[in-house]
Design a protein around this ligand. Sequence first.
Ligand SMILES: *[C@@H]1O[C@H](CO)[C@@H](O)[C@H](O)[C@H]1NC(C)=O
Ligand SMILES: *[C@@H]1O[C@H](CO)[C@@H](O)[C@H](O)[C@H]1NC(C)=O
Ligand SMILES: *[C@@H]1O[C@H](CO)[C@@H](O)[C@H](O)[C@H]1NC(C)=O
Ligand SMILES: *[C@@H]1O[C@H](CO)[C@@H](O)[C@H](O)[C@H]1NC(C)=O
Ligand SMILES: *[C@@H]1O[C@H](CO)[C@@H](O)[C@H](O)[C@H]1NC(C)=O
Ligand SMILES: *[C@@H]1O[C@H](CO)[C@@H](O)[C@H](O)[C@H]1NC(C)=O
Ligand SMILES: *[C@@H]1O[C@H](CO)[C@@H](O)[C@H](O)[C@H]1NC(C)=O
Ligand SMILES: *[C@@H]1O[C@H](CO)[C@@H](O)[C@H](O)[C@H]1NC(C)=O
Length: 472
Amino acid sequence: MITFLPLSLLAVVQSFLLLADAQQKLSLDTTVALNSNNLPNPPSFTVPSTTGPLIISVALCATSDHPPRFFVTNDTSLSLPSSSNVDNLNTLEIVLGSEGFGSRALVFKDGGTVSILKDSTPTPFEMVVSTNNATSQVSYPLLGDTTSNQALLFSPPFDPQTIQQPTFPNYTFPPANFSLPSQPSSPTNHTLILAQTSSSPFNGLPRTTCAIRSQQNTRGVTTLSSSQSVGIWLKNTDGWRWEWFVGGLTPKTNYTAYTLQDGQLAASRPINFVTKSAYAVPLAPPRPPVTINSADTIPSAVSETIVSYLSNFTTTLSTLACGRDNYSPLVTCADCQAAYRTWLCTVSFPRCTEPTDNSTTSSAPASGPSASALAQSPTAAVEAVAANAAPRNPALPPFASAYAALLPCLETCNAADRACPAFLGFKCPLPQFTASNSYGVGFIDSGEDGQWGHGSTGLAQDVYGNVWCNAG
Ligand SMILES: *[C@@H]1O[C@H](CO)[C@@H](O)[C@H](O)[C@H]1NC(C)=O
Ligand SMILES: *[C@@H]1O[C@H](CO)[C@@H](O)[C@H](O)[C@H]1NC(C)=O
Ligand SMILES: *[C@@H]1O[C@H](CO)[C@@H](O)[C@H](O)[C@H]1NC(C)=O
Ligand SMILES: *[C@@H]1O[C@H](CO)[C@@H](O)[C@H](O)[C@H]1NC(C)=O
Ligand SMILES: *[C@@H]1O[C@H](CO)[C@@H](O)[C@H](O)[C@H]1NC(C)=O
Ligand SMILES: *[C@@H]1O[C@H](CO)[C@@H](O)[C@H](O)[C@H]1NC(C)=O
Ligand SMILES: *[C@@H]1O[C@H](CO)[C@@H](O)[C@H](O)[C@H]1NC(C)=O
Ligand SMILES: *[C@@H]1O[C@H](CO)[C@@H](O)[C@H](O)[C@H]1NC(C)=O
Protein backbone atom coordinates (compact mmCIF):
# COMPACT_ATOMS: atom_id res chain seq x y z
CA MET A 1 0.00 0.00 0.00
CA ILE A 2 1.27 3.43 -0.88
CA THR A 3 0.74 6.28 1.58
CA PHE A 4 1.26 9.91 0.91
CA LEU A 5 2.38 12.49 3.36
CA PRO A 6 -0.24 15.20 3.62
CA LEU A 7 0.83 18.15 1.52
CA SER A 8 1.18 20.53 4.47
CA LEU A 9 3.49 18.16 6.30
CA LEU A 10 5.58 17.81 3.19
CA ALA A 11 5.99 21.56 3.07
CA VAL A 12 7.17 21.60 6.67
CA VAL A 13 9.70 18.86 5.99
CA GLN A 14 10.99 20.71 2.96
CA SER A 15 11.42 24.04 4.67
CA PHE A 16 13.07 22.31 7.61
CA LEU A 17 15.56 20.70 5.25
CA LEU A 18 16.13 24.03 3.58
CA LEU A 19 16.90 25.80 6.86
CA ALA A 20 19.09 23.10 8.29
CA ASP A 21 20.79 22.75 4.96
CA ALA A 22 22.92 25.88 5.09
CA GLN A 23 23.41 28.75 7.46
CA GLN A 24 21.79 31.89 6.12
CA LYS A 25 24.05 34.62 4.82
CA LEU A 26 23.89 38.33 5.42
CA SER A 27 24.71 40.34 2.29
CA LEU A 28 26.36 43.72 2.60
CA ASP A 29 23.88 46.64 2.88
CA THR A 30 20.81 44.42 2.64
CA THR A 31 18.46 44.86 5.59
CA VAL A 32 16.77 41.65 6.76
CA ALA A 33 13.46 41.81 8.61
CA LEU A 34 12.94 38.97 11.08
CA ASN A 35 10.84 37.94 14.03
CA SER A 36 12.31 36.23 17.08
CA ASN A 37 9.53 33.61 16.98
CA ASN A 38 10.40 32.65 13.42
CA LEU A 39 14.17 32.40 13.24
CA PRO A 40 16.23 30.15 10.99
CA ASN A 41 17.65 27.00 12.50
CA PRO A 42 20.32 27.43 13.79
CA PRO A 43 19.37 31.04 14.77
CA SER A 44 22.43 32.57 13.14
CA PHE A 45 23.71 34.23 9.98
CA THR A 46 27.13 34.23 8.38
CA VAL A 47 28.89 37.55 7.78
CA PRO A 48 30.90 38.04 4.56
CA SER A 49 34.67 38.31 4.85
CA THR A 50 36.25 41.74 4.34
CA THR A 51 39.52 43.47 5.00
CA GLY A 52 38.06 46.60 6.62
CA PRO A 53 35.71 46.75 9.60
CA LEU A 54 32.02 46.05 9.10
CA ILE A 55 29.26 47.39 11.29
CA ILE A 56 26.49 45.04 12.37
CA SER A 57 23.36 47.00 13.30
CA VAL A 58 20.18 45.72 14.90
CA ALA A 59 16.88 47.52 15.55
CA LEU A 60 13.69 46.40 17.30
CA CYS A 61 10.50 47.05 15.32
CA ALA A 62 8.13 46.93 18.31
CA THR A 63 8.19 47.44 22.03
CA SER A 64 9.31 44.30 23.83
CA ASP A 65 9.73 43.47 27.51
CA HIS A 66 12.03 40.61 26.62
CA PRO A 67 13.81 41.43 23.38
CA PRO A 68 16.21 38.90 21.85
CA ARG A 69 19.98 39.27 22.41
CA PHE A 70 22.52 39.45 19.61
CA PHE A 71 26.10 38.17 19.47
CA VAL A 72 28.70 38.56 16.77
CA THR A 73 32.04 36.82 16.30
CA ASN A 74 34.88 36.72 13.79
CA ASP A 75 36.09 33.41 15.28
CA THR A 76 35.19 30.89 12.59
CA SER A 77 35.36 28.00 15.06
CA LEU A 78 32.23 29.37 16.79
CA SER A 79 29.06 28.42 14.94
CA LEU A 80 26.67 29.91 17.51
CA PRO A 81 28.33 32.63 19.63
CA SER A 82 26.61 33.25 22.96
CA SER A 83 27.21 35.22 26.15
CA SER A 84 29.76 32.68 27.41
CA ASN A 85 31.96 33.41 24.38
CA VAL A 86 31.97 37.20 24.77
CA ASP A 87 35.59 38.32 25.13
CA ASN A 88 35.08 41.81 23.65
CA LEU A 89 37.79 41.05 21.13
CA ASN A 90 36.65 38.34 18.74
CA THR A 91 33.16 37.93 20.15
CA LEU A 92 30.91 40.84 21.10
CA GLU A 93 27.36 41.34 22.23
CA ILE A 94 25.37 43.90 20.23
CA VAL A 95 23.65 45.62 23.14
CA LEU A 96 20.40 47.38 22.29
CA GLY A 97 20.12 50.75 24.01
CA SER A 98 16.98 52.21 25.53
CA GLU A 99 15.96 53.50 22.10
CA GLY A 100 15.81 49.96 20.72
CA PHE A 101 18.88 49.78 18.50
CA GLY A 102 22.55 48.97 18.72
CA SER A 103 25.61 48.33 16.56
CA ARG A 104 29.13 46.91 16.83
CA ALA A 105 32.08 47.09 14.45
CA LEU A 106 34.42 44.16 13.81
CA VAL A 107 36.95 43.02 11.21
CA PHE A 108 35.97 39.74 9.50
CA LYS A 109 39.08 38.57 7.63
CA ASP A 110 37.64 35.07 7.32
CA GLY A 111 33.97 35.98 7.72
CA GLY A 112 32.03 35.42 10.92
CA THR A 113 28.69 34.74 12.53
CA VAL A 114 25.83 36.71 14.11
CA SER A 115 23.59 34.74 16.45
CA ILE A 116 20.23 35.59 17.95
CA LEU A 117 19.29 34.41 21.42
CA LYS A 118 15.55 34.75 21.65
CA ASP A 119 13.45 35.27 24.73
CA SER A 120 9.85 34.19 25.13
CA THR A 121 8.29 37.37 23.70
CA PRO A 122 7.95 37.33 19.90
CA THR A 123 9.70 40.50 18.72
CA PRO A 124 10.09 41.77 15.16
CA PHE A 125 13.50 43.26 14.40
CA GLU A 126 15.78 44.34 11.55
CA MET A 127 19.45 43.63 11.02
CA VAL A 128 22.02 44.88 8.50
CA VAL A 129 25.74 44.50 7.94
CA SER A 130 27.40 47.46 6.29
CA THR A 131 30.51 49.57 6.09
CA ASN A 132 28.25 52.39 7.34
CA ASN A 133 26.78 52.76 10.79
CA ALA A 134 23.03 52.22 10.32
CA THR A 135 22.26 53.52 13.80
CA SER A 136 24.23 56.77 13.59
CA GLN A 137 21.14 59.03 13.48
CA VAL A 138 21.69 61.74 16.04
CA SER A 139 20.05 64.67 14.33
CA TYR A 140 16.59 66.17 14.27
CA PRO A 141 14.28 67.22 11.46
CA LEU A 142 13.83 71.01 11.29
CA LEU A 143 10.66 73.07 11.43
CA GLY A 144 10.61 75.95 8.93
CA ASP A 145 7.31 77.47 10.01
CA THR A 146 3.60 76.79 10.16
CA THR A 147 0.34 78.48 9.33
CA SER A 148 -2.89 77.36 10.97
CA ASN A 149 -3.08 74.21 8.86
CA GLN A 150 0.21 73.95 6.92
CA ALA A 151 3.80 73.28 7.92
CA LEU A 152 7.15 73.50 6.19
CA LEU A 153 9.47 70.78 7.48
CA PHE A 154 13.02 69.76 6.58
CA SER A 155 14.99 66.55 6.97
CA PRO A 156 18.25 66.59 8.94
CA PRO A 157 21.04 68.07 6.78
CA PHE A 158 23.40 66.06 4.58
CA ASP A 159 26.33 67.00 2.31
CA PRO A 160 27.52 70.08 4.29
CA GLN A 161 28.63 73.02 2.14
CA THR A 162 31.23 75.65 2.88
CA ILE A 163 31.00 79.34 2.02
CA GLN A 164 33.02 79.71 -1.18
CA GLN A 165 36.00 81.93 -0.40
CA PRO A 166 36.98 83.96 -3.46
CA THR A 167 40.61 85.11 -3.72
CA PHE A 168 42.36 88.41 -4.39
CA PRO A 169 42.65 90.01 -6.96
CA ASN A 170 39.55 88.44 -8.57
CA TYR A 171 37.37 88.64 -5.46
CA THR A 172 33.96 87.79 -6.92
CA PHE A 173 31.00 87.70 -4.52
CA PRO A 174 27.99 85.45 -5.06
CA PRO A 175 25.41 87.60 -6.88
CA ALA A 176 22.77 89.33 -4.73
CA ASN A 177 20.01 87.30 -6.38
CA PHE A 178 21.90 84.07 -6.30
CA SER A 179 20.67 80.62 -7.22
CA LEU A 180 21.39 77.37 -5.42
CA PRO A 181 24.58 75.51 -6.33
CA SER A 182 24.07 72.33 -8.31
CA GLN A 183 22.29 69.67 -6.31
CA PRO A 184 23.86 66.37 -5.30
CA SER A 185 23.00 63.90 -8.07
CA SER A 186 21.51 61.13 -5.93
CA PRO A 187 20.65 62.49 -2.49
CA THR A 188 19.72 59.88 0.11
CA ASN A 189 15.96 59.50 0.28
CA HIS A 190 14.19 60.44 3.49
CA THR A 191 10.58 59.94 4.59
CA LEU A 192 8.67 62.36 6.81
CA ILE A 193 6.15 60.89 9.25
CA LEU A 194 4.04 62.90 11.66
CA ALA A 195 0.91 62.85 13.78
CA GLN A 196 -0.82 64.92 16.43
CA THR A 197 1.18 64.51 19.62
CA SER A 198 -1.99 63.82 21.64
CA SER A 199 -2.94 60.89 19.39
CA SER A 200 0.44 59.40 20.45
CA PRO A 201 0.86 56.66 17.82
CA PHE A 202 4.64 56.73 18.42
CA ASN A 203 4.51 56.72 22.23
CA GLY A 204 6.72 54.11 23.80
CA LEU A 205 7.96 52.79 20.45
CA PRO A 206 11.65 52.15 19.83
CA ARG A 207 13.23 55.06 17.90
CA THR A 208 13.74 52.87 14.85
CA THR A 209 12.75 53.18 11.20
CA CYS A 210 10.75 49.94 11.20
CA ALA A 211 8.88 50.75 14.44
CA ILE A 212 7.95 54.29 13.40
CA ARG A 213 7.07 53.18 9.86
CA SER A 214 4.77 50.49 11.29
CA GLN A 215 2.43 53.35 12.29
CA GLN A 216 2.09 54.76 8.77
CA ASN A 217 -1.40 53.36 8.24
CA THR A 218 -2.63 54.35 11.68
CA ARG A 219 -5.42 56.92 11.54
CA GLY A 220 -4.13 60.48 11.73
CA VAL A 221 -0.57 59.61 10.70
CA THR A 222 0.82 61.45 7.64
CA THR A 223 3.71 59.89 5.71
CA LEU A 224 5.49 61.71 2.89
CA SER A 225 8.36 60.21 0.88
CA SER A 226 11.18 62.11 -0.83
CA SER A 227 9.22 62.05 -4.07
CA GLN A 228 6.30 63.72 -2.25
CA SER A 229 8.59 66.52 -1.06
CA VAL A 230 9.14 69.93 -2.64
CA GLY A 231 12.72 68.80 -3.37
CA ILE A 232 16.01 69.48 -1.65
CA TRP A 233 16.99 72.88 -0.36
CA LEU A 234 20.27 74.36 0.84
CA LYS A 235 19.03 76.34 3.84
CA ASN A 236 22.52 77.09 5.17
CA THR A 237 26.02 75.66 5.25
CA ASP A 238 24.84 72.72 7.43
CA GLY A 239 23.96 71.05 4.14
CA TRP A 240 21.10 70.06 1.90
CA ARG A 241 17.76 69.07 3.38
CA TRP A 242 14.63 67.50 1.94
CA GLU A 243 11.81 70.02 2.20
CA TRP A 244 8.20 68.98 2.76
CA PHE A 245 5.12 71.13 2.61
CA VAL A 246 2.40 69.48 4.72
CA GLY A 247 -1.23 70.61 4.46
CA GLY A 248 -4.47 69.66 6.18
CA LEU A 249 -3.24 70.19 9.74
CA THR A 250 -5.36 71.31 12.70
CA PRO A 251 -4.81 74.85 14.07
CA LYS A 252 -3.10 75.41 17.44
CA THR A 253 -2.15 71.78 17.74
CA ASN A 254 1.03 70.08 18.88
CA TYR A 255 2.48 67.58 16.34
CA THR A 256 5.30 65.04 16.58
CA ALA A 257 7.46 64.44 13.50
CA TYR A 258 10.26 62.02 12.61
CA THR A 259 12.27 61.50 9.45
CA LEU A 260 13.41 58.08 8.28
CA GLN A 261 16.56 57.93 6.18
CA ASP A 262 17.02 55.17 3.60
CA GLY A 263 19.60 52.67 4.84
CA GLN A 264 19.31 53.80 8.48
CA LEU A 265 17.73 51.40 10.98
CA ALA A 266 17.50 54.25 13.50
CA ALA A 267 14.91 56.99 12.96
CA SER A 268 15.75 60.67 13.44
CA ARG A 269 15.15 62.12 16.84
CA PRO A 270 11.58 63.43 17.06
CA ILE A 271 10.58 67.11 17.02
CA ASN A 272 7.38 68.73 18.20
CA PHE A 273 5.86 71.75 16.55
CA VAL A 274 2.68 73.69 17.20
CA THR A 275 0.48 75.04 14.39
CA LYS A 276 -0.64 78.65 14.63
CA SER A 277 -4.14 80.09 14.63
CA ALA A 278 -3.50 82.02 11.39
CA TYR A 279 -0.73 83.00 8.97
CA ALA A 280 3.03 82.42 8.79
CA VAL A 281 3.91 85.71 7.07
CA PRO A 282 1.74 88.86 6.73
CA LEU A 283 1.41 88.49 2.97
CA ALA A 284 -1.75 87.78 1.00
CA PRO A 285 -1.96 84.09 0.09
CA PRO A 286 -1.02 83.33 -3.53
CA ARG A 287 -3.68 82.91 -6.19
CA PRO A 288 -5.19 79.42 -6.31
CA PRO A 289 -4.32 76.75 -7.34
CA VAL A 290 -0.97 77.74 -5.78
CA THR A 291 -1.18 77.18 -2.02
CA ILE A 292 2.15 78.49 -0.78
CA ASN A 293 4.09 81.71 -1.35
CA SER A 294 7.53 81.22 -2.86
CA ALA A 295 10.11 83.34 -4.70
CA ASP A 296 7.74 83.20 -7.68
CA THR A 297 4.70 84.62 -5.90
CA ILE A 298 5.98 87.21 -3.41
CA PRO A 299 5.47 90.80 -4.63
CA SER A 300 8.35 91.81 -6.90
CA ALA A 301 8.73 95.07 -4.95
CA VAL A 302 9.72 93.01 -1.92
CA SER A 303 12.31 90.86 -3.67
CA GLU A 304 13.67 93.76 -5.73
CA THR A 305 14.21 95.84 -2.60
CA ILE A 306 16.08 93.02 -0.87
CA VAL A 307 18.25 92.42 -3.93
CA SER A 308 18.92 96.16 -4.23
CA TYR A 309 20.01 96.46 -0.58
CA LEU A 310 22.29 93.48 -0.91
CA SER A 311 23.79 94.72 -4.21
CA ASN A 312 24.50 98.14 -2.76
CA PHE A 313 25.97 96.60 0.37
CA THR A 314 28.22 94.34 -1.71
CA THR A 315 29.34 97.30 -3.82
CA THR A 316 30.40 99.20 -0.70
CA LEU A 317 32.08 96.12 0.75
CA SER A 318 34.03 95.69 -2.50
CA THR A 319 35.73 99.04 -1.99
CA LEU A 320 37.90 97.10 0.45
CA ALA A 321 40.65 95.06 -1.21
CA CYS A 322 38.92 91.88 -0.09
CA GLY A 323 41.27 88.94 0.27
CA ARG A 324 44.30 91.25 0.56
CA ASP A 325 43.48 93.81 3.25
CA ASN A 326 42.14 91.42 5.84
CA TYR A 327 40.17 93.27 8.49
CA SER A 328 40.05 90.25 10.76
CA PRO A 329 41.98 87.02 11.24
CA LEU A 330 38.66 85.20 11.68
CA VAL A 331 36.25 86.44 9.03
CA THR A 332 36.33 87.47 5.39
CA CYS A 333 34.32 89.70 3.06
CA ALA A 334 32.41 86.60 1.87
CA ASP A 335 31.47 85.76 5.47
CA CYS A 336 30.32 89.36 5.93
CA GLN A 337 28.12 89.21 2.84
CA ALA A 338 26.62 85.89 3.96
CA ALA A 339 25.86 87.20 7.47
CA TYR A 340 24.38 90.42 6.05
CA ARG A 341 22.20 88.37 3.68
CA THR A 342 20.83 86.32 6.59
CA TRP A 343 20.15 89.45 8.64
CA LEU A 344 18.52 91.26 5.70
CA CYS A 345 16.17 88.39 4.91
CA THR A 346 15.30 87.96 8.59
CA VAL A 347 14.34 91.60 9.10
CA SER A 348 12.63 91.88 5.69
CA PHE A 349 10.10 89.12 6.24
CA PRO A 350 8.10 89.50 9.40
CA ARG A 351 7.20 86.13 10.81
CA CYS A 352 3.78 85.76 12.37
CA THR A 353 3.32 84.13 15.70
CA GLU A 354 0.66 83.73 18.35
CA PRO A 355 -0.02 86.77 20.52
CA THR A 356 1.42 86.25 24.01
CA ASP A 357 -1.42 85.35 26.27
CA ASN A 358 -0.81 87.14 29.56
CA SER A 359 -4.37 86.54 30.71
CA THR A 360 -3.38 82.97 31.58
CA THR A 361 -6.76 81.46 32.22
CA SER A 362 -7.97 77.90 31.80
CA SER A 363 -9.12 78.47 28.22
CA ALA A 364 -6.22 76.57 26.60
CA PRO A 365 -7.59 73.72 24.46
CA ALA A 366 -6.69 70.22 25.61
CA SER A 367 -4.42 69.71 22.64
CA GLY A 368 -2.68 73.07 22.95
CA PRO A 369 0.24 74.01 25.13
CA SER A 370 -0.70 73.76 28.76
CA ALA A 371 -0.70 76.91 30.85
CA SER A 372 1.90 75.50 33.20
CA ALA A 373 4.26 74.65 30.34
CA LEU A 374 3.96 78.21 29.06
CA ALA A 375 4.55 79.68 32.49
CA GLN A 376 7.85 77.80 32.80
CA SER A 377 9.29 78.78 29.44
CA PRO A 378 10.44 82.33 28.65
CA THR A 379 7.98 84.50 26.74
CA ALA A 380 8.69 84.88 23.04
CA ALA A 381 9.67 88.27 21.55
CA VAL A 382 6.34 89.33 20.11
CA GLU A 383 5.18 92.66 18.75
CA ALA A 384 1.50 93.36 18.18
CA VAL A 385 0.86 94.88 14.73
CA ALA A 386 -2.48 96.61 14.14
CA ALA A 387 -4.57 95.96 11.04
CA ASN A 388 -3.39 98.06 8.06
CA ALA A 389 -0.40 99.38 10.03
CA ALA A 390 2.58 100.45 7.91
CA PRO A 391 4.98 97.50 8.12
CA ARG A 392 8.56 98.02 9.24
CA ASN A 393 9.69 96.87 5.79
CA PRO A 394 8.24 99.65 3.57
CA ALA A 395 8.32 97.38 0.53
CA LEU A 396 5.69 95.14 2.11
CA PRO A 397 2.05 96.03 1.54
CA PRO A 398 0.12 96.77 4.76
CA PHE A 399 -1.70 93.69 6.00
CA ALA A 400 -5.48 93.88 6.42
CA SER A 401 -5.68 92.00 9.74
CA ALA A 402 -3.99 92.59 13.05
CA TYR A 403 -1.26 90.08 13.77
CA ALA A 404 1.53 89.29 16.21
CA ALA A 405 5.03 89.50 14.73
CA LEU A 406 7.91 87.42 16.03
CA LEU A 407 10.84 89.82 16.36
CA PRO A 408 14.20 88.92 14.78
CA CYS A 409 16.81 87.56 17.18
CA LEU A 410 19.34 90.30 18.05
CA GLU A 411 22.04 87.70 17.34
CA THR A 412 21.36 87.74 13.58
CA CYS A 413 22.26 91.44 13.70
CA ASN A 414 25.29 90.91 15.95
CA ALA A 415 26.54 88.14 13.64
CA ALA A 416 26.59 90.58 10.72
CA ASP A 417 28.18 93.26 12.91
CA ARG A 418 30.96 90.85 13.93
CA ALA A 419 31.54 89.49 10.42
CA CYS A 420 31.77 92.87 8.68
CA PRO A 421 34.50 95.51 8.58
CA ALA A 422 33.89 98.50 10.84
CA PHE A 423 34.08 101.06 8.02
CA LEU A 424 30.67 99.86 6.76
CA GLY A 425 29.13 101.35 9.87
CA PHE A 426 26.81 98.40 10.35
CA LYS A 427 25.58 98.80 13.94
CA CYS A 428 23.07 96.90 15.98
CA PRO A 429 21.09 98.47 18.81
CA LEU A 430 22.56 97.89 22.25
CA PRO A 431 20.87 95.10 24.17
CA GLN A 432 20.40 97.14 27.35
CA PHE A 433 18.78 100.09 25.61
CA THR A 434 16.65 100.14 22.50
CA ALA A 435 17.24 96.67 21.06
CA SER A 436 14.17 95.06 22.58
CA ASN A 437 11.91 97.44 20.63
CA SER A 438 12.93 95.82 17.38
CA TYR A 439 14.69 92.57 18.28
CA GLY A 440 14.33 89.53 20.50
CA VAL A 441 16.98 90.08 23.20
CA GLY A 442 18.41 87.71 25.77
CA PHE A 443 17.40 84.38 24.22
CA ILE A 444 20.62 83.19 22.57
CA ASP A 445 23.11 85.63 24.10
CA SER A 446 22.54 86.94 27.60
CA GLY A 447 21.62 90.50 26.75
CA GLU A 448 24.74 91.91 28.38
CA ASP A 449 26.54 93.98 25.77
CA GLY A 450 29.35 91.96 24.19
CA GLN A 451 28.61 88.73 26.04
CA TRP A 452 28.11 85.61 23.93
CA GLY A 453 25.87 82.79 25.06
CA HIS A 454 24.19 82.47 28.46
CA GLY A 455 20.83 83.53 27.02
CA SER A 456 17.64 82.29 28.64
CA THR A 457 17.00 79.63 26.01
CA GLY A 458 20.28 79.46 24.09
CA LEU A 459 18.24 78.99 20.92
CA ALA A 460 15.78 80.76 18.64
CA GLN A 461 13.52 77.70 18.66
CA ASP A 462 13.71 74.27 20.24
CA VAL A 463 12.69 70.76 19.26
CA TYR A 464 9.63 70.83 21.54
CA GLY A 465 7.77 73.41 19.47
CA ASN A 466 8.77 76.58 21.34
CA VAL A 467 9.81 79.53 19.16
CA TRP A 468 11.24 82.64 20.87
CA CYS A 469 12.68 84.87 18.16
CA ASN A 470 13.19 84.84 14.40
CA ALA A 471 16.64 83.61 13.38
CA GLY A 472 15.85 83.69 9.66
C1 LIG B 1 38.81 39.71 14.82
O1 LIG B 1 38.63 41.01 15.42
C2 LIG B 1 39.74 41.49 16.12
C3 LIG B 1 39.36 42.77 16.79
O2 LIG B 1 38.76 43.63 15.88
C4 LIG B 1 40.93 41.64 15.16
O3 LIG B 1 42.06 42.10 15.86
C5 LIG B 1 41.22 40.32 14.48
O4 LIG B 1 42.22 40.50 13.50
C6 LIG B 1 39.97 39.78 13.83
N1 LIG B 1 40.24 38.44 13.31
C7 LIG B 1 39.85 38.06 12.09
C8 LIG B 1 40.21 36.65 11.72
O5 LIG B 1 39.24 38.80 11.34
C1 LIG C 1 26.99 54.17 15.53
O1 LIG C 1 26.58 55.51 15.82
C2 LIG C 1 26.06 55.66 17.14
C3 LIG C 1 25.58 57.10 17.26
O2 LIG C 1 26.54 57.99 16.80
C4 LIG C 1 27.12 55.32 18.17
O3 LIG C 1 26.58 55.43 19.47
C5 LIG C 1 27.59 53.89 17.94
O4 LIG C 1 28.63 53.59 18.84
C6 LIG C 1 28.08 53.72 16.52
N1 LIG C 1 28.41 52.32 16.30
C7 LIG C 1 29.56 51.93 15.79
C8 LIG C 1 29.76 50.48 15.66
O5 LIG C 1 30.43 52.71 15.42
C1 LIG D 1 36.89 85.75 -11.59
O1 LIG D 1 36.21 84.71 -10.87
C2 LIG D 1 34.94 84.37 -11.42
C3 LIG D 1 34.28 83.39 -10.48
O2 LIG D 1 35.18 82.49 -9.94
C4 LIG D 1 35.14 83.83 -12.83
O3 LIG D 1 33.87 83.52 -13.39
C5 LIG D 1 35.83 84.89 -13.68
O4 LIG D 1 36.09 84.37 -14.95
C6 LIG D 1 37.13 85.35 -13.02
N1 LIG D 1 37.67 86.48 -13.77
C7 LIG D 1 38.96 86.60 -14.05
C8 LIG D 1 39.36 87.83 -14.77
O5 LIG D 1 39.77 85.74 -13.71
C1 LIG E 1 14.88 57.84 -4.14
O1 LIG E 1 13.55 57.50 -4.48
C2 LIG E 1 13.25 57.66 -5.86
C3 LIG E 1 11.77 57.43 -6.05
O2 LIG E 1 11.32 56.35 -5.30
C4 LIG E 1 14.12 56.70 -6.68
O3 LIG E 1 13.85 56.85 -8.06
C5 LIG E 1 15.59 57.05 -6.40
O4 LIG E 1 16.42 56.15 -7.08
C6 LIG E 1 15.88 57.00 -4.92
N1 LIG E 1 17.24 57.54 -4.70
C7 LIG E 1 18.18 56.86 -4.06
C8 LIG E 1 19.49 57.56 -3.93
O5 LIG E 1 17.99 55.74 -3.60
C1 LIG F 1 16.17 86.66 -9.36
O1 LIG F 1 16.49 85.67 -10.34
C2 LIG F 1 15.37 84.96 -10.84
C3 LIG F 1 15.85 83.91 -11.83
O2 LIG F 1 17.15 83.51 -11.58
C4 LIG F 1 14.40 85.92 -11.52
O3 LIG F 1 13.26 85.21 -11.97
C5 LIG F 1 13.97 86.99 -10.53
O4 LIG F 1 13.17 87.96 -11.19
C6 LIG F 1 15.20 87.69 -9.93
N1 LIG F 1 14.74 88.60 -8.88
C7 LIG F 1 15.18 89.83 -8.75
C8 LIG F 1 14.56 90.64 -7.67
O5 LIG F 1 16.04 90.30 -9.47
C1 LIG G 1 21.09 101.23 -4.18
O1 LIG G 1 21.85 102.20 -4.85
C2 LIG G 1 21.17 102.81 -5.92
C3 LIG G 1 22.18 103.71 -6.65
O2 LIG G 1 22.88 104.50 -5.75
C4 LIG G 1 19.99 103.61 -5.37
O3 LIG G 1 19.26 104.21 -6.43
C5 LIG G 1 19.07 102.62 -4.63
O4 LIG G 1 18.01 103.34 -4.01
C6 LIG G 1 19.85 101.87 -3.58
N1 LIG G 1 18.98 100.84 -3.04
C7 LIG G 1 18.53 100.85 -1.79
C8 LIG G 1 17.59 99.72 -1.41
O5 LIG G 1 18.87 101.67 -0.98
C1 LIG H 1 -0.87 91.97 28.42
O1 LIG H 1 0.36 92.70 28.51
C2 LIG H 1 0.35 93.91 27.79
C3 LIG H 1 1.73 94.54 27.83
O2 LIG H 1 2.48 94.06 28.91
C4 LIG H 1 -0.72 94.83 28.38
O3 LIG H 1 -0.75 96.05 27.67
C5 LIG H 1 -2.07 94.14 28.29
O4 LIG H 1 -3.06 94.94 28.93
C6 LIG H 1 -2.01 92.78 28.98
N1 LIG H 1 -3.27 92.08 28.72
C7 LIG H 1 -3.94 91.47 29.68
C8 LIG H 1 -5.20 90.78 29.26
O5 LIG H 1 -3.55 91.43 30.82
C1 LIG I 1 4.30 69.55 22.56
O1 LIG I 1 4.10 68.30 23.19
C2 LIG I 1 5.28 67.77 23.82
C3 LIG I 1 4.95 66.40 24.31
O2 LIG I 1 3.83 66.42 25.14
C4 LIG I 1 5.71 68.72 24.93
O3 LIG I 1 6.90 68.23 25.53
C5 LIG I 1 5.98 70.09 24.34
O4 LIG I 1 6.32 71.00 25.37
C6 LIG I 1 4.75 70.58 23.58
N1 LIG I 1 5.14 71.84 22.91
C7 LIG I 1 4.54 73.01 23.16
C8 LIG I 1 5.07 74.22 22.47
O5 LIG I 1 3.60 73.10 23.92
